[in-house]
Design a protein around this ligand. Structure first.
Ligand code: NAD
Length: 518
């Protein structure tokens, strides 16, 4: 096979009438399909359970998106057995053939792009642009990892070996085994697709446990993989409770690796459980855990303040602040602090809140738990800072919260330290840019950050000193692109992997060195 170089999937321009109509048509089509029952996929079997996860539209809570079957430990065990059995054949499928499946799936998803996005508008509460970017990223992951697998499989290309006389030496990247894949709900398509296909294209089989608030969109992906002919048993789909089947699968002696993206709390729990050796287990489990963030934007007095304000607002409130990369802190130097706070407050107050299918800038947060937790943090914020925008729930038949900005927050305040994962921004004053960078670094996380300045020496210093996996200069701290900005954070933000980067598939393979006398 020859495949061209990787290119990012372009975003859709919804100011164009034809695109707007196509998206509206996709939403109408998906609305016709709401409320269905969905099965588990275990091997070739589709299993409907009595117990269901009822998925609802967070922006219109009376609307049921679908009723998802729910796996028990026994069904999780069955999925593990299917994955183990299928691994024996799947690992022998040539890498280029495995890559072909991803390319086919990417092609089909591209054709049905707006439909996939429409599911996210309705199930996750994304507005059109956010949903479109999520679908584009899912397509990118498949295109990128397909090419990466082909490259890794070419002998001595990824890691050229030193030649010696009398021997033919090779290094081959072989799969690990059965992986448990646990994605979050906030990129319900992109991250689910990226984590799953990276594992699968590397030759592993997986047990996929999707996030419980977005199982239907995950199902759409699983159905797509079936449609393009991926052999049964390569992806085994078992929605269910994290505590019940998540712990079970993590602790399972046959689990070879766990690929997790989600909160720090759950990531650390998985890491701890996976470190135990179960009876019969003959390997050390590999854990890839991408976790939370408390990302921030630093602005000095030489910066373009309008650009900085726009970036702060976009980073804080895009998808209601429910991104691991969300810029939930802004640290601004004293001389321009008051001016920037007013600009940010003004832009924030202009954001309109409403139903995602009508494409408002701000939609609902994901569920009742998040809603309550975020409103609690807003109350905490009222004791820790000066409220300059928002500060309360918003109207509507869903989990709507006003985009909220607190100024004059101390660097050690809870709303400067804890991941809120909602539309809440804390702004803090620093005496100069050095102190601002120190405040930025004063966190247990280290995922994304931005530095706004026009001073070359300071930019150089910031590039070196701001400690995070994805650092941007004079732009927002969200919106990483596959292949362009390999993504993943430091410290409590995760295990330092880089999704959408050239090192990523190494996490799902092991290298076998062979040496033959000639
Ligand atoms: P979460 O940790 O609550 O859930 C993530 C997944 O883990 C879900 O599928 C959930 O069902 C499952 N789970 C829960 N308990 C489990 C257990 N005991 N064993 C196994 N699985 C279990 O996170 P979330 O609310 O879905 O996602 C939001 C979080 O994800 C935020 O902290 C965000 O920063 C983070 N995130 C990080 C990245 C990144 O790349 N670093 C990307 C997106 C989201």
């Amino acid at each position: 096979t020859t495949v061209g170089p990787f290119k990012n999937e372009p975003f859709t321009d919804f100011t164009k009438e034809e695109n707007k109509q196509a998206m509206q048509a996709a939403i109408a089509k998906v609305k016709q399909e709401l409320g269905r029952d969905y099965p588990l996929h275990i091997g070739a079997e589709k299993i409907v359970t009595d117990a269901k996860i009822v998925s609802i539209n967070p922006g219109n809570t009376g609307e049921v998106i679908g009723n998802m079957s729910k796996a028990t430990q026994q069904l999780a065990e069955q999925a593990m057995q299917e994955a183990l059995k299928t691994f024996e054949t799947w690992k022998k499928v040539p890498a280029t053939e495995r890559a072909e499946y991803l390319l086919k799936a990417a092609e089909l998803m591209r054709r049905r792009k707006h439909e996939f996005s429409a599911w996210m508008v309705l199930e996750a509460g994304k507005n059109w642009a956010e949903a479109d970017a999520d679908t584009a990223e899912a397509i990118d992951f498949m295109e990128f990892y397909a090419r990466e697998m082909i490259r890794l499989s070419e002998t001595n290309v990824h890691q050229p070996l030193t030649k010696i006389a009398g021997e033919d030496n090779r290094l081959t990247y072989i799969p690990l085994g059965v992986g448990v894949v646990i994605p979050p709900w906030n990129f319900p398509l992109a991250i689910c697709v990226g984590m799953t296909t990276a594992a699968v294209v590397s030759g592993n089989t997986v047990v996929l446990k999707p996030a419980s608030t977005t199982p239907v969109i995950a199902y759409q992906f699983v159905a797509l993989m079936e449609e393009i002919g991926l052999p049964a048993g390569v992806i085994n789909f078992v929605p269910g409770s994290g505590a019940e089947i998540g712990d079970y699968l993590t602790a399972h002696p046959k689990t070879r690796f766990i690929s997790f993206t989600g909160s720090k709390e759950v990531g650390l729990r998985i890491n701890r459980l996976a470190a135990e050796t179960a009876p019969g287990q003959i390997w050390i489990k590999r854990v890839v855990a991408e976790m939370g963030g408390k990302d921030g934007i630093v602005v000095d007095e030489t910066a373009d303040l309008d650009a900085a304000a726009a970036a702060i607002v976009a980073s804080a409130f895009g998808f209601q602040g429910q991104k691991c990369s969300a810029g939930s802190r802004a640290i601004v130097v004293e001389p321009v602090y008051d001016e920037l706070v007013s600009k940010v407050a003004a832009l924030t107050q202009k954001l309109e809140i409403g139903l995602p299918e009508h494409n408002y800038a701000v939609g609902p947060v994901i569920d009742k738990n998040s809603y309550d937790k975020i409103l609690e943090y807003i109350e905490i914020g009222k004791g820790e800072g000066r409220l300059v925008a928002g500060g309360a729930k918003a109207g509507g038949d869903g989990y709507y919260i006003q985009p909220t900005v607190f100024a004059d927050v101390d660097g050690k305040a809870r709303i400067m330290q804890e991941e809120i994962f909602g539309p809440v921004l804390a702004m803090a004053k620093a005496k100069d840019w050095r102190e601002a960078i120190a405040m930025y670094n004063d966190t247990e996380f280290g995922l994304t950050g931005s530095f706004f300045s026009s001073d070359e020496d300071r930019i150089a210093a910031a590039l070196e000193e701001m400690h995070c996996g994805n650092l941007y200069v004079n732009r927002k701290c969200t919106g990483a692109l596959v292949g362009v900005h390999p993504f993943g954070g430091f410290n409590m933000s995760g295990t330092d992997s880089k999704a959408g980067g050239h090192d990523y598939l190494l996490l799902f393979t092991q290298a076998k060195a062979t040496s033959r006398k000639v």
